[in-house]
Design a protein around this ligand. Structure first.
Ligand SMILES: [Zn+2]
Length: 198
């Protein structure tokens, strides 16, 4: 069955984190699964990201016309991004140990591209759609800025990575409407159970 790439699945605040979050329930051996198991989902994800990530992409559309040809590069960027920034959240600092693998994966994503990245057009100014693996590498590299590093979080409900851009930096959930409410419902249920057992 194909994946419904809804707004919720773009809660990471950056294309590279939304991509990292395409593995569901990481670390849970029994329930974890990969939404990119079918490489065609990469093309569908890229098309949805063109809309949901338009703010980051400054309107540049993404395309993955031959997802089977890029799947290895995409997965390498995705996995090294997840590893590096998950460790970053825990350490509250960027660990250099995870950087060589991450930078090599990003270099492979950029290899062969000829884009000009400017301050107002961070994903290039061409009218042509941008290759997804190039956009993914550019987005992943942008996460290295110290401001983003200090705002990187892990959702305590679903384990997704996200950038907290709230003014006071106190956002807890990847998506209040989904994970925040689930947690609230669970607390409510547990309270009722305690009352019932009292
Ligand atoms: Zn969440």
């Amino acid at each position: 069955m194909s994946v419904a790439w809804t707004r919720h699945r773009f809660s990471g605040g950056a294309l590279a984190l939304d991509t990292a979050n395409t593995v569901v329930l990481r670390g849970d051996g029994e329930r974890s699964f990969d939404r990119f198991d079918d490489p065609l989902e990469i093309a569908r994800f890229a098309a949805s990201a063109s809309g949901y990530r338009a703010d980051e992409l400054k309107g540049r559309a993404l395309a993955a016309p031959d997802p089977h040809a890029i799947v290895t590069k995409v997965i390498a960027i995705r996995e090294t991004t997840d590893q590096l920034f998950r460790r970053t959240v825990i350490a509250r600092a960027l660990p250099t140990a995870g950087m060589p693998a991450f930078l090599n994966a990003c270099a492979d994503g950029l290899a062969g591209s000829h884009e000009l990245l400017g301050p107002n057009k961070p994903f290039g100014a061409s009218q042509e759609p941008l290759a997804f693996e190039v956009a993914l590498a550019v987005s992943a590299l942008s996460l290295l800025s110290s401001d983003t590093v200090s705002r990187m979080r892990i959702c305590p409900n679903c384990g997704w990575l996200f950038v907290d851009r709230s003014r006071n930096g106190s956002r807890m959930w990847c998506d209040m409407a989904v994970c925040g409410n689930r947690q609230k419902a669970r607390r409510h249920y547990n309270r009722r159970k305690e009352v019932a057992n009292a």
